[in-house]
Ligand binder design. Structure first.
Ligand code: SF4
Length: 274
């Protein structure tokens, strides 16, 4: 079931905070934007996927930033919520690029944590480059459902906290420059699994297209916007049902998070309703 966003009068806004530059800028700007509005409560949510040697440093940067800004900070751990971690699953599924399940789990954990906080929206740090790559990836795969479902969201769906992307028009380099100029604490580390991400190829393609034809990134985003205009709210092909494993929104019998859990280790999912 879809509903258009009601006018925002106040309430809780969650910000997904990884501790990297993009989400740190998103949190810093959100804090500045909502400062002086007592009706708005800001909460930063970090997901610990369980990647030793990488995630602990980013979580320390996230804690430093939230303390400096005076923003509440929650950390959700995959080990506690899903009973597994990205690193362990990477060993159990050596043929699967870790980003495929890690990204799904992070979205799942962010959504349930933001919902538990009563958040009306989740602010993401996605920049122009990120989103242009995602649009192209979905187009190349012919996956119109995902093209429609990807953030930023226009409509509210049952059980899914809408994800917003205020940096959608800001190139990655400008986000980085802003973070440095404001002296925001953020971590520069790279995930040890990042080299296997399908996104890497699309990053290069989008960048070479942008060099040959400036404005390509904006054009990719505009293409998605125009498609959404044509589909209209009711036709947006993303109405989810409920996962029989964990009860979260899903488009099939199981949500993708539980599908990956079952693939990795065919054991009952914690909190399973099945
Ligand atoms: S790079 Fe991939 S595996 Fe690493 S944190 Fe990001 S999504 Fe997870």
């Amino acid at each position: 079931m879809h509903r258009q966003f009601p006018r925002f009068r106040g309430g809780t806004v969650a910000v997904a905070l990884s501790g990297g530059k993009d989400s740190s800028v998103a949190l810093s700007l959100s804090e500045r934007y909502f400062r002086g509005r007592p009706a708005v409560r800001l909460v930063a949510i970090s997901v610990d996927e369980g990647i030793p040697g990488y995630r602990p440093a980013t979580l320390r940067a996230a804690a430093e930033l939230t303390a400096a800004l005076g923003v509440e900070h929650r950390i959700v751990r995959a080990e506690e919520e899903l009973g597994t971690t990205t690193d362990r699953t990477a060993r159990e599924l050596p043929g699967t690029p870790p980003c495929s399940f890690c990204g799904v789990w992070r979205r799942r954990l962010l959504n349930s944590a933001a919902r538990a906080e009563g958040a009306q929206a989740i602010v993401l740090g996605f920049n122009l480059d990120d989103l242009a790559q995602t649009v192209l990836m979905n187009v190349v795969r012919g996956d119109l459902d995902r093209l429609a479902r990807m953030a930023p969201h226009r409509v509210r769906q049952e059980g899914l906290v809408p994800r917003l992307a205020p940096l959608a028009q800001v190139p990655e380099r400008e986000v980085y420059t802003y973070a440095r100029l404001r002296g925001l604490p953020f971590d520069h580390g790279e995930c040890p699994h990042a080299g296997r991400a399908a996104r890497n190829r699309f990053r290069e393609i989008v960048w070479s297209l942008e060099e040959a034809q400036p404005g390509t990134r904006q054009a990719l985003l505009r293409t998605r916007e125009r498609l959404l205009d044509r589909w209209g709210t009711a036709e947006t092909p993303s109405a989810p049902g409920r996962c029989r494993g964990c009860g979260e929104p899903a488009s099939g019998p199981l949500c993708r998070s539980c599908e990956y859990r079952e693939l990795a280790r065919p054991a009952p999912v914690p909190g399973s309703r099945a």
